[in-house]
Design a protein around this ligand. Structure first.
Ligand code: GDP
Ligand code: MN
Length: 391
């Protein structure tokens, strides 16, 4: 799950990572009020899940209230590479002496978190990685030992950060690692991490701050982080996938028009392949799981049919723990409740398959076709979907 910049910054703040003061706004009036509270000069920043907002005109400096209003009006509703801006973050302006880059990312191949630091921040880091890979210092952290102070010093030294900020940069890396670990993120990225000019002398030393925040959280760990789970943008999730999640079903929406239900992830995957091989295009992956009860089948049918593109449905059940008679009862129940308008092809094989087929035959459901092989079932469902409208 990707967070917006302001959500990432609020998470940083909780974890002690220095960030500028800011306020969230979803309208021009809210933005002006927020700017008044933050004080001038301030920065009006578009909140969309894409980088390069600065270049696209989504980040503007406001010297006073009139400018804050003007920028908020211009940025709200703006299209940034296909994303419409609905939210703003109003932040106190920062003075910038240098722009660095820092990140913690989970490196799966090394089975460890990877820290990266560069003094070439602010710009597109992928470009730096291409043109000047040496400019990015890298270090893996042993996940069992965690972050040690020397990690910060070594990286800062390797990256060549200014001597007077080695200590605060190291401290920020420690805090970013802490945030990464404690919040169960897979990515924490700060670009730019800025160094302020400072006002000289001991007390006026230069400071470091996270001026941007990109955080990706591990969705599978969200149940351990109630606070973060609330940040989920439900409006952006696919309605079918959300419905399936709420019902505890393993469902992935695809582009096609043939609804699929099977039991066991492997069987469902191969069903998708067989349908594609037969010239069809699956509308979803749905694993009803082992031991699927009638109720679960009804629930799954509702999810599959809530996708308006579905023209035909294939049930591919191999009964092991799952009993075919239970699946048949579920289907009969589903027909009674939702009255499907599209044809179903059902292949039941394995435990209690004869009983299941007998139940289906007795129920004499309209528009349900029993098949005994997977290939036969795939060919039939592709034919029915191609025929289109309900028979
Ligand atoms: P991105 O373009 O989407 O990555 O957005 P960033 O938050 O990284 O901002 C892009 C650039 O805008 C930064 O690299 C800064 O140069 C500039 N910027 C953002 N906030 C401020 C600020 O408070 N003061 C100044 N002077 N520049 C800022
Ligand atoms: Mn940035």
């Amino acid at each position: 799950m990707d967070l917006l910049e302001y959500q990432g910054k609020q998470l940083f703040k909780r974890r002690g990572v220095p960030v500028p003061e800011g306020r969230h706004a979803a309208s021009v009036d809210e933005a002006v009020k927020a700017a008044d509270e933050v004080g001038y000069p301030c920065v009006v920043k578009a909140q969309v899940q894409i980088g390069g907002r600065g270049k696209a005109g989504g980040i503007k400096l406001a010297q006073d209230r009139d400018e804050a209003r003007e920028h908020a009006e211009a940025i709200l509703g703006m299209d940034i590479r296909g994303l419409t801006v609905h939210e703003l973050w109003i932040e106190e302006a920062s003075e910038i002496a240098s722009e660095y880059y820092a990140s913690v990312v989970f490196d799966r191949s090394a089975k460890a978190p990877l820290l990266m630091l560069s003094t070439k921040g602010g710009m597109d880091i992928e470009e730096v990685a291409d043109s000047d890979p040496e400019a990015i210092a890298r270090l893996h952290v042993d996940p069992l030992l965690g972050f040690q102070d020397f990690h910060g010093r070594r990286l800062a030294f390797q990256a060549g950060v200014d001597a007077d900020v080695v200590r605060p940069v190291g401290a920020m890396l420690a805090q970013l690692y802490e945030a990464f670990e404690a919040e169960e993120a897979t990515l924490v990225e700060v670009n730019p991490l800025i160094v302020t000019p400072g006002s000289g002398g001991e007390a006026g030393g230069r400071q470091v701050k996270a001026l941007d925040a990109k955080v990706t959280l591990d969705e599978n760990a969200l149940f351990r982080h109630a606070e973060n789970a609330e940040l989920r943008d439900l409006s952006k999730e696919d309605p079918q996938e959300r419905m399936a999640k709420e019902r505890g079903l393993t469902y992935v929406k695809l582009d096609g028009d043939i609804g699929i239900l099977g039991n066991g992830a492997g069987l469902v995957m191969s069903t998708l392949d067989v349908v594609a091989e037969a010239g069809g295009s699956p509308a979803n992956f749905l694993d009803a799981g082992g031991g699927s009860k009638a109720e679960a089948i009804t629930s799954a049918v509702e999810v599959i049919l809530s996708n308006q593109k579905v023209k035909a449905v294939l049930f591919n059940i191999f009964g092991g723990i799952t009993r075919c008679d239970e699946v048949a009862r579920g289907l009969i129940e589903a027909f009674a409740q939702v009255n499907p308008q599209v044809p179903f092809v059902v292949r039941l094989d394995g435990t209690n398959d004869e009983e299941g087929r007998r139940l289906l035959a007795e129920a004499d459901l309209p528009n349900v076709y029993a098949e005994s092989t997977m290939d036969g079932a795939a060919a039939k469902v592709v034919e029915l979907a191609a025929a289109g409208a309900p028979v």
